[in-house]
Design a protein around this ligand. Structure first.
Ligand code: ADP
Ligand code: MG
Length: 733
């Protein structure tokens, strides 16, 4: 990030010399109608693409670049090739019809640069060439004979006759290398299509705005930071983004703009973290050594090194004077529950209360059972609070919490409903965080509670995204699975080979194991060919029986549209081994822990994201027995098959998540759509990790120095942050 690539002197000169008549009006925050050529109608067209101000226009960045070749020599071109030529119009144009298309032809000569010397043109050899346009009859009259143009178009060679179908053209400047708009020999930006605005017009307006804009909000990156990080000025960065001199400079420009966006985003996140982490009295949980020994001693297994590390990080948080605000991030099955349990235990040991919130009743009940088992040897009996609990039971739990006695309570969001009063909440653990919104955190704060907050997520999101989405959290990663775990053997098969899947089920059942069968739908849709869980449940028995010589299997059905009690009942039977095969939808995706289940068959796998599939198969990797997963697909599309193959190849959740992100974009990832990820225009989330990490550190340091951004140099940042904060209220993080 430290070297500043050369910027051509030509461009610097142009910037100083050119001024628009209405320069006074053109500034970053002005409406784009301040530009020449933008009236109310065009402004409305832009507004539809959410471009209202000059700043909006200038931050409408290209999403990619294409190489524009140098000027071609006519004798090196072949039929159909894209050509870039300098031509001189030699006569009047004519219009006629070819079929239903209106065609315009204009006679010209191509001015071929000499071999091995792109230019100058004085000694150029001339070739006759016809310029063609379709459906632009005004072209016939547009150019006086003698006009020199630079054109980009497709070559048509028929015998000796040369023609070019013109795609873009502009008047050539006297300077033989100059072709500002078309950027001959340079990188040409490609913008997302704005309905009603041609790329040429867009570029013209951007150029005009850059030329005329006297002041740019350079201070969005404070100057000392810009210097330290070796970033170019905003003005240079905008010029080089829209009119790059070279790939190298453009890349440096992008760095500046990415950094600027990420700094703002990270400032917002750091600001929030500071808000929740203001030191308060009484949150520190001083613990004796013995607590740790007792806890570890009561566990039925040895902790992995990763678990121990994260437990230490949490202990340090809990002992400190600021409330913890930590994300524990670990792949499915990495053992997050024991880590959470430690934090809960610390709270009751210190005579306080603790809560653990799960996104579904199914999961809350499971956690409750797990915690009961884990903590029983330590003499702690947790409580359960979910919506479907009978009223008297609920009242009893509420009473207990209000009494202020030390307690651990596990539940769903029912925990934070009005009417539930904690008297001394010291620790709140939120499991599978991505299913929850900011609301729950707000609900906590509204109860006047400032507990230590620990959120746990198994969504294997790439680090970059984690830093973005959870920028206001400290992050711990459990990057190791308990010993003896073997990756789920995963096989992708075309749907017509479902016999192989049945065989797997029969074998696993014969070995005393259990299995899941997952379908994308609950009931059959009218138009859909995808498998529905209910029908699968009805038919599977017969299919299996036919396969296994008439032997019956105990089947169960669970899906999200079932009444909670019925669902619980089915899950209980599955856990107890009374149900051998559980047919379900993705309700089993999150957290369900039945170690004896070792096989999973997923129908219409193409309908799920990779990360979702990975979570699903995580259900069967819960013991040291070899687990199997068969993915069935009806898709024949090579990209789809290719995507699904990733699961055969790796069981690394983070790799899979990156692959998902690369192929589908961040919005498509499980759960992330709801996050309402802010527009990070420029930040290619995968490529920019170092910049992101840097911006995060810088943002935190900046607030450390100037918590309210009161310094004069920080005024712009303060204002920008206000705007971000207003928007950020909707983010569910
Ligand atoms: P997740 O991270 O997906 O929430 P869990 O906490 O549910 O994972 O743990 C998955 C399984 O692994 C549970 O059955 C748990 O008892 C077991 N487990 C957790 N930690 C260890 C360990 N260190 N050694 C052996 N088994 C463990
Ligand atoms: Mg879990």
């Amino acid at each position: 990030m430290n070297e500043k690539p050369e910027i051509s002197p030509r461009q610097k000169k142009r910037r100083r010399s050119k001024k628009t008549l209405r320069a006074e009006e053109v500034c970053w925050t002005a409406l784009i109608t301040a530009l020449k050529g933008v009236g109310p109608a065009r402004a409305a067209t832009f507004a539809a693409a959410r471009i209202n101000s000059i700043g909006d226009l200038l931050t409408c960045y290209p999403y990619r670049y294409k190489d524009r070749p140098r000027l071609h020599r006519i004798d090196e071109l072949t039929d159909g090739q894209e050509a870039c030529l300098r031509v001189r119009v030699t006569g009047k144009g004519s219009n006629f019809y070819r079929g239903r298309m209106r065609m315009t032809q204009v006679p010209a000569v191509a001015m071929t640069p000499q071999r091995d010397r792109a230019l100058p043109l004085e000694d150029a050899v001339e070739h006759r060439i016809t310029l063609r346009w379709f459906n632009q009859p005004y072209r016939a009259e547009q150019f006086e004979p003698g006009t020199e143009l630079v054109i980009v178009g497709r070559m048509r060679l028929k015998g000796e006759k040369l023609a070019v179908v013109v795609q873009e053209c502009e008047r050539a400047s006297p300077d033989p290398t100059g072709s500002p708009g078309l950027g001959i020999g340079k990188l040409v930006p490609v913008y997302s299509k704005i309905e009603g605005i041609s790329p040429t017009l867009l570029r013209k307006l951007i150029r005009q705005a850059l030329d005329a804009c006297q002041e740019l909000p350079e201070a969005l990156v404070p100057p000392e930071l810009a210097t330290d990080r070796g970033l170019m000025s905003l003005r240079d960065a905008l010029w080089q983004t829209h009119f790059p001199d070279s790939g190298e400079v453009q890349e440096a420009a992008r760095k500046r703009l990415v950094y600027q966006e990420l700094l703002l985003l990270q400032l917002e996140l750091a600001r929030r973290q500071r808000a929740v982490k203001t030191p308060t009295t009484g949150v520190g949980l001083p613990l004796e050594e013995s607590a740790w020994d007792e806890y570890a001693g009561a566990l039925p297994f040895e902790l992995t090194a990763a678990q121990e590390r994260v437990l230490e990080e949490i202990s340090a948080d809990l002992a400190g004077p600021e409330p913890a605000h930590r994300l524990v991030h670990g792949d499915v099955g990495s053992g997050k529950t024991v880590v959470a349990a430690w934090a809960l235990y610390c709270a009751v040991r210190a005579g306080k209360q603790a809560a653990m919130m799960a996104p579904t009743e199914l999961l809350a009940e499971q956690h409750y059972r797990t915690l009961c088992a884990l903590l029983a040897p330590l003499g702690v009996q947790p409580l359960l609070l979910t919506g479907s609990l009978p009223k008297p039971a609920k009242a009893q739990v509420r009473e207990r919490l209000a009494s202020g006695k030390p307690a651990i309570v596990v539940g769903t969001h029912a925990l934070f409903q009005p009417g539930v009063e904690f008297s001394d909440l010291a620790v709140a653990v939120i499991d599978e965080q991505h299913r929850f919104g900011l609301q729950q955190r707000v609900a906590l704060a509204e109860k006047g509670l400032r507990p230590n907050v620990i959120v746990m997520s198994a969504t294997p999101i790439p680090r970059t995204l984690a830093l973005t989405l959870y920028g206001d959290f400290d992050i711990s990663v459990i990057d190791e699975l308990p010993p003896g775990r073997r990756p789920v053997q995963t096989k992708l098969l075309p749907d017509r080979k479902r016999q192989a899947a049945l065989k797997l089920l029969v074998e696993q059942l014969a070995a005393g194991h259990q299995a899941y069968v997952v379908c994308p739908l609950v009931t059959e849709g009218k138009k859909s060919n995808a498998e529905a869980a209910t029908r699968m449940y009805e038919n599977l028995q017969a299919e299996l029986a036919a396969f296994a010589g008439g032997e019956e299997a105990a089947l169960g059905l669970v899906h999200g549209q079932m009444p909670a009690l019925q669902r619980e009942d089915v899950m209980a039977q599955f856990r107890a081994g009374e149900i051998q095969i559980l047919v379900s939808t993705t309700v089993v995706e999150v957290g369900v822990d039945v170690p004896n289940a070792t096989a999973m068959v997923i129908f219409n796998a193409e309908r799920f994201g990779l990360a979702s599939l990975h979570q699903l198969r995580g259900r069967v990797a819960r013991s040291s027995a070899q687990a199997h997963c068969v993915l069935l697909t009806t898709s024949k599309t090579p990209e789809v098959i290719d995507r699904l193959r990733v699961l055969e190849e790796t069981s690394d959740g983070f790799k899979i998540a990156e692959e998902d992100l690369r192929r589908r974009g961040p919005g498509e990832m499980v759960g992330l759509a709801q996050h309402g990820l802010p527009d990070v225009h420029m930040a290619a989330l995968l490529a920019d990790t170092p910049t992101l990490v840097q911006a995060r550190e810088d943002a935190r340091a900046l607030l450390e120095q100037d918590p309210n951004l009161q310094a004069r140099g920080h005024k712009l940042l303060r204002q920008a942050l206000k705007a971000v904060s207003a928007k950020a209220r909707q983010w569910t993080i």
